[in-house]
Design a protein around this ligand. Structure first.
Ligand SMILES: CC(C)(COP(=O)(O)OP(=O)(O)OC[C@H]1O[C@@H](n2cnc3c(N)ncnc32)[C@H](O)[C@@H]1OP(=O)(O)O)[C@@H](O)C(=O)NCCC(=O)NCCS
Length: 296
């Protein structure tokens, strides 16, 4: 068995291997998404280029294992993409790959996240063996274009506008309150805005009371909802539904969008109810694990 860094020359082999294994629920890693286009866009979004962040394990000339590291020093967190292993000795190989991968985690990172399908029992055992506490269970919910049903607003709809810099302070305060220590800061979100990513703001008397950050991924023929949130004082008045509708209308205005998905904490009743009202259906359930500290 040999373990080598992926390098640019093995990227296509890496993609084929991940696509094959990740389609199997008992191997599935949440960070890669579903299907080849998702795998490619997940790799493209890595802060650490996959050529440097991924390790490959070969049994003779056969690729049998993959483990990747991505990390964001601004947030202080790393995301472990794997392990994905097609070998009888899953656990020994996982430990060998992890021992090499952990050395790739840059200085200044203090957290490591794992994310897998609940049916990936090998990874659950791996997480326990390496001291990763279970953090959350998340449902992947998906809306197929044909299933979109927009509920009519209960009261006069609130104005929904595109983000503009005058709202940055209000947006940052709201984002930090609703999603503390999440994977994108408010600054990172506004810097990402372009033709494929939009940030909708919901207003009341000129004040920002809620937001929705979403994106289209034309190659994957899909849209993705990253964050939707409403100020606690404004909940239950239809602002969340208005923001969700604005984002869905935009994502589906692009003819290449076949479906829209997101992950949501499996016990977030309010959000699940909101998505169900629009025609979203719950699919796989993913487990997130987070370990503090890096033991190299
Ligand atoms: C989820 C959230 C955005 C909903 O915003 P909201 O403005 O309160 O939602 P709305 O008033 O538009 O309600 C829309 C629907 O959601 C459901 N809903 C909202 N609050 C609910 C609650 N507390 N319990 C159950 N269902 C609820 C209802 O079905 C409601 O429609 P209905 O009253 O006609 O049945 C809001 O609760 C929130 O910001 N939560 C914290 C952040 C979060 O969890 N975001 C989602 C992460 S993926």
């Amino acid at each position: 068995m040999k373990i080598i860094p992926c390098g640019t020359e093995h990227i296509e082999e890496l993609v084929s291997f991940v696509v094959r294994l990740n389609s199997d629920d008992s191997h599935h890693i949440g960070f890669f998404g579903d299907g080849e286009a998702d795998v490619r866009s997940s790799l493209a979004e890595c802060v650490i280029p996959p050529a440097d962040g991924f390790q490959l394990a070969y049994d003779k000339d056969q690729l049998v294992g993959v483990f990747g590291v991505d990390a964001d020093p601004e947030i202080g967190r790393s995301w472990l993409f794997g392990p994905l292993i097609d070998h009888a000795d899953w656990h020994s190989l996982a430990d060998e790959l992890y021992a090499v991968s952990v050395k790739v985690i840059p200085d200044g990172i203090s957290e490591q996240d794992l994310f897998c399908d609940v049916r990936n029992s090998n990874l659950a055992v791996f997480a326990e063996r390496h001291g990763f506490p279970l953090r959350s269970e998340n449902a992947v919910v998906t809306l197929e274009r044909a299933d979109y049903k927009k509920p009519s607003p209960r009261e006069a709809p609130f104005p929904i506008v595109d983000y503009s810099p005058e709202y940055f302070d209000q947006f940052e305060r709201c984002h930090n309150l609703l999603f503390p220590a999440t994977y994108f800061t408010a600054r990172q979100i506004v810097e990402k805005l372009d033709a494929t990513r939009r940030l909708f703001l919901g207003l009341e008397n000129g004040q920002m009371k809620g937001y929705h950050f979403c994106k289209v991924e034309p190659d994957a023929r899909s849209g993705y909802i990253d964050f939707i949130g409403v100020d606690e004082s404004m909940r239950g008045r239809g602002l969340g539904a208005g923001l969700l509708a604005a984002g869905i209308d935009w994502m589906l205005s692009r003819p290449e969008t076949d479906r829209i998905s997101l992950t949501v904490n499996a016990d977030n009743v309010a959000a699940l109810k909101l998505y169900n009202n629009f025609g979203f259906v719950t699919g796989r359930v993913l487990r997130g694990y987070r370990k503090k500290g890096i033991d190299v």
